[in-house]
Design a protein around this ligand. Structure first.
Ligand code: FAD
Length: 381
């Protein structure tokens, strides 16, 4: 055997898994098709939102809180600034599932927050245009992550602990072997008792059976020019998530004192990709008009259309929750995929989940709601 564990794919999840496995004394080989911190996968585009009062559901909160403490641990291991707290403004209609989930997070987990009246929200955060039905909740444990820096930081610490990071090394096949798994990158073959597969939106190339549950999808990432940039600085403009009947987007304070980065959260079948390698970086004028409509309808002081736009891919599942599991009974490969546009903040916690499952057989963080088995339970039911 060449290692105890082979990690395939060194993006958000793979870099953190490599760190956590190496920290537990595992001999790790981690393989990346491009180079660590590259801009072609699900983690590209400079920044990612971190938040703990989670519109996707309160079951995520323990994982989010563990992720937050691991981001801080990684910062102290490396001296890098990875997570900058800005607070997070969550805005949506009172009767929406989004707001019900936020309230459930707060009630069940007693998370630090403020509920703002619309008058107060207009006074404190005039950059948003509120509707009469809106509820506004300020998440006090929210901020901005630096994905490229975080991926490199985790791999650096993993290497320091003995992991071997190999790039560029594109895995072309994963197969069973006596007592483990064999992973091929062209002519080179690696063997280990177990593997962790974290190839993000490329998952269907290695595990086509996941096609039933997910598809790689394009997401548009636009940067808009602020009329008065100082109004969008991190001390005045927290990260935000906005859900309305005709809009679903999030955004960041200005990182360069000029532009405001936003992202639409809705994706459609028209955005499905056969493979992320086919992703077109240019955006059609129709798509640009739609993102401009959403952002200029709900934000004051932003001029459209965007001054910078690019596209990235993530794997979207049918229920927008990630999938963790061992899809093939003959191959000891643990697969983590389908983070559906909201996985980066969780990746530090997911690295720990992977290491615990590989080393102990189960995780101390409750993640059963993400298990692959939920689909077989559904079809049986
Ligand atoms: C535009 C956009 C905005 C987002 N905003 C947020 C946000 O604000 N907050 C948040 O929490 N999440 C956000 N997300 C989601 C989050 O970024 C992703 O869920 C997360 O990055 C997924 O991580 P991953 O490790 O699965 O994929 P990746 O980070 O893409 O990593 C997969 C890695 O595997 C490598 N690989 C693939 N195939 C092979 C192979 N055959 N051999 C070797 N290596 C291989 C790839 O090169 C890549 O490096 C956003 C996603 C997008 C696309």
């Amino acid at each position: 055997m060449d290692a105890d564990v082979i990690v395939v794919g060194c993006g958000a999840m793979g870099s953190q898994a490599a760190w956590q496995l190496a920290k537990r004394g595992q001999r790790v080989i981690a393989l990346e098709q491009f180079y660590p911190g590259h801009d072609r996968g699900a983690s590209g585009g400079d920044t990612r939102i971190f938040r703990t009062i989670y519109g996707e559901g309160p079951e995520y909160v323990p994982l989010l809180l563990k992720s937050q403490s691991l981001w801080r641990e990684l910062e102290s291991e490396t001296g890098d600034d990875l997570l900058t707290m800005t607070g997070g403004l969550m805005i949506g209609p009172e009767d929406s599932e989004f707001i019900a989930n936020l309230k459930a997070c707060v009630d069940l987990h007693h998370l630090p927050h403020e509920v703002l009246s619309l008058d107060e929200a207009r006074k404190r955060y005039p950059q948003h245009r509120y509707l009469d039905h809106d509820v506004v909740i300020l998440d006090k444990q929210a901020g901005v992550l630096r994905p490229d820096r975080a991926i490199r930081a985790a791999l650096r610490v993993a290497e320091r602990l003995g992991a071997r990071i190999v790039s560029p090394a594109r895995v072309t096949a994963i197969a069973p072997t006596d007592g483990g798994v064999v992973v091929r990158t062209g002519e080179v073959v690696y063997r280990a008792p177990k593997a962790v597969i974290t190839v993000g939106p490329w998952i269907l190339e290695l595990f086509p059976e996941y096609r039933k549950y997910l598809s790689p999808r394009r997401l548009i990432q636009p940067w808009f020019m602020a009329d008065r940039p100082s109004e969008f600085s991190s001390d005045r403009f927290p990260i935000f998530c906005r859900r309305e009947a005709d809009a679903n987007f999030s955004g960041f304070p200005s990182a360069d004192g000029s532009m405001v980065k936003t992202g639409t959260n809705d994706t459609y079948e028209k955005d499905n990709l056969e493979t992320p390698s086919d992703l077109q970086r240019t955006t059609s004028l129709d798509d640009l008009q739609e993102v401009t409509r959403q952002i200029t309808t709900y934000l004051n002081g932003i001029s459209g259309p965007p001054v910078r736009v690019t596209n990235y891919a993530d794997a979207y599942t049918v229920d927008l929750d990630a999938i963790l599991g061992w899809p093939r009974s003959d191959i000891p490969a643990f697969v983590m995929a389908g983070y559906s546009g909201h996985g980066f903040k969780l990746s530090s916690g997911m690295g720990l989940v992977a290491a615990e499952i590989i080393c102990d057989g189960s995780s101390s963080i409750p993640v059963d709601f993400l298990s692959l088995e939920r689909f077989s339970a559904q079809s049986a039911g």
